[in-house]
Design a binder for this molecule. Structure first.
Ligand code: COA
Length: 138
């Protein structure tokens, strides 16, 4: 599996094959793909922003990470994508990497835990836990 930065053509291929990804793939940002035999088997898309808090630092926010085929899951592919994102974020001297996962998404929680991210569950006004922000201090 080759882990590399994705191109605009890769982005078009991913959206063509998996149309729902259009909603989570933005314009500016980092596309990282895992490719085998010229097929994109997994991808992540992340963007850089000022941290929306009263501190003068920037973060990478991972909007989406996915290993498409269930047969390819649990083989460490998404973890390799995360390693690549960490490398890119460090090269930009960013403060942290964050992402959000729905509370019912067990595999996503396990993925971030396995990669040493903190897990911070968030509640709505009724006290119901909706999901977790995950974060890695760089
Ligand atoms: C979450 C996801 C990206 C993980 O991808 P992956 O390539 O399997 O990741 P890794 O192999 O690095 O696995 C990380 C851990 O997740 C857990 N995991 C992954 N797939 C799982 C599954 N189907 N069921 C239960 N746990 C799973 C495992 O604990 C695994 O670690 P382990 O194999 O050492 O036990 C993948 O399951 C996926 O694409 N899910 C659908 C999309 C999604 O929910 N994305 C995250 C939110 S944007």
């Amino acid at each position: 599996m080759n882990i590399r930065i994705g191109t605009e053509e890769d982005k078009r291929d991913i959206i063509g094959k998996y149309p729902y990804t259009k909603q989570v793939l933005g314009e500016d940002g980092y596309l990282v793909v895992a490719e085998e035999n010229e097929n994109i088997e997994a991808f992540a898309w992340a963007f850089v922003r000022k941290i929306p808090a009263p501190i003068d630092k920037s973060e990478m926010f991972v909007n989406v990470i996915e290993t498409f085929e269930p047969k390819n899951q649990c083989k460490g592919i998404a973890s390799e994508l995360i390693k690549k994102l960490i490398e890119l974020a460090k090269a930009q001297s960013l403060y942290q990497i964050r992402a959000y996962c729905d509370i019912n998404n067990i595999s996503s929680h396990k993925l971030w835990e396995k990669n040493n991210f903190t897990i911070s569950p968030v509640k709505n006004q009724n006290g119901q836990i909706l999901g977790s922000y995950v974060a890695l201090l760089l």
